[in-house]
Design a protein around this ligand. Structure first.
Ligand SMILES: Cc1cc2nc3c(=O)[nH]c(=O)nc-3n(C[C@H](O)[C@H](O)[C@H](O)COP(=O)(O)OP(=O)(O)OC[C@H]3O[C@@H](n4cnc5c(N)ncnc54)[C@H](O)[C@@H]3O)c2cc1C
Length: 389
């Protein structure tokens, strides 16, 4: 495999984009790097948006991933407020909404996702909120100052983090979740039960199995007989794969890639939240929405671009912070795994696996144990093939 030296154009200026630019330079890539992001700001970390930023309403210095000094030392040409509207694969260039063309030898799509909306409850920034950007977080923080009752729609990670933070700000919080348990797509039932008990103990009204159909009145959001000052819609993310789809690349709620982000077009990669990747052709693939995955896939894409490709050499990793509890997940706790060990109590730990081999570990305030276990788990490439016989 040969090293590429021509222009790399990165669409999106978020976590994966910043990690890619950094990795390319660390791996010795000397060609031009252009980063085009539609947000008005340089790349920043999103995890604090539902935690510290939402709680305190100020932007910590550590949020910024690529200030002007880093842009200068890494020699990255960053354009903010620049939305890419078209990929012209035949001539290898992208075009922005301002009509500017950027030729590429390698194109990397790092476009993340859009918060899914409820058709009958559009986000209006007054009564209905979503949480994806720094602006979303600051706007919600400001609005919470005169809110007493808050409805959170969706009992996944984002909904639960928002519920915890809003509760810590002193509001009454109701979480409605359509499934019969919390975070049902990503953790086994005993962990969902832990999360339920954690939130209820803190006074959050969690309603499961309830398909919320709230309505907007002139000054409230209503759900059944209850009125709320505002609602936060946290019902998942839709991959922003529309550019790729329009350009004829294969998509399925995500751009289809291999583990390193390579698409079917050798000059185009997709990484981070927008990539649906698999370790061998024909698998359904997985799309991971996690900080660590965005960093890892950026590193793997950079390695492939400089001609030194790597496999997905580490297990998945995710964390969440709720009510001061650090919940960490190492590996993929797929539904076909068995619960091998459960250590209950204030700081629970669960181990999952098959045939005596541990494949995933979940811990609460057990950072050391989860980190140690992480070292021995199978690399992600071996875990994503789905249930095995
Ligand atoms: C509130 C919140 C809390 C989170 N907390 C955690 C956590 O605790 N732990 C964890 O592991 N993960 C967490 N995550 C997930 C993690 O932040 C994401 O997985 C990570 O940001 C993905 O990086 P990305 O670069 O793929 O996408 P993003 O960071 O979303 O960046 C994509 C960028 O591309 C831009 N873009 C899209 N289309 C275009 C276009 N056509 N032209 C130009 N620009 C475009 C978007 O505007 C965006 O700025 C959280 C996410 C959020 C939103």
């Amino acid at each position: 495999m040969t090293s590429r030296t021509g222009p790399v154009v990165i669409v999106g200026a978020g976590q994966a984009a910043a990690a890619l630019a950094r990795s390319l330079r660390e791996m010795g890539f000397a060609g031009p790097i252009t980063m085009l992001g539609e947000e008005p700001r340089p790349p920043y970390e999103r995890p604090p948006l539902s935690k510290q930023v939402l709680l305190e309403g100020h932007v910590p210095e550590a949020l910024w991933l690529m200030g002007e000094d880093i842009q200068r030392t890494q020699v990255v040409a960053l354009s903010t407020s620049a939305r890419v509207v078209r990929i012209e694969r035949a001539v290898r260039r992208v075009v922005t909404d301002a009509g500017q063309s950027h030729p590429y030898e390698t194109l990397v799509l790092a476009t993340g996702g859009l918060a899914r909306a409820l058709p009958n409850l559009p986000v209006d920034g007054r009564y209905v909120f979503a949480l994806r950007t720094l602006e979303d977080s600051l706007a919600l923080h400001a609005r919470l100052a005169d809110a007493r009752r808050v409805l959170v729609i969706g009992g996944g990670w984002l909904g639960l983090e928002v519920a915890a933070t809003v509760r810590q700000r002193g509001c009454e919080v109701t979480v409605v979740e359509a499934a019969s348990r919390l975070c049902a797509r990503s953790v086994p039932p005993e962990v969902s039960a832990y999360l339920l008990q954690l939130h209820r103990a803190q006074g959050v009204d969690v309603r499961l199995g309830e398909c919320a159909t709230p309505t907007l009145t002139p000054d409230h959001v209503r759900l059944g007989p209850d009125a709320y000052d505002l609602a936060v819609v946290a019902i998942g993310l839709a991959a922003r794969d529309e550019l790729a789809a329009t350009a004829g690349l294969a998509t399925a709620d995500g751009v289809l890639t291999d583990c390193s982000g390579a698409t079917e077009d050798p000059s185009i990669f997709a990484i981070g939240d927008v990539a649906r990747f698999c370790s061998s052709p024909g698998e359904p693939g997985v799309r991971l929405e996690s900080w660590r995955h965005a960093e890892t896939q950026a590193r793997l894409a950079a390695a492939a671009i400089v001609g030194r490709p790597l496999g997905y050499d580490e297990p998945a990793w995710f964390w969440s912070d709720q009510f001061g509890r650090l919940i960490q997940i190492a590996g993929l706790p797929r539904p076909d795994l068995d619960l091998i060990e459960e250590a209950p109590g204030e700081k629970p730990l669960w181990r999952y696996g098959r045939d005596g081999t541990v494949e995933a570990v979940i811990g609460v305030d057990r950072a050391r144990d989860v980190r140690m276990a992480h070292r021995d788990l199978p690399a992600l490439a071996c875990s994503i093939g789905g249930p095995r016989g």
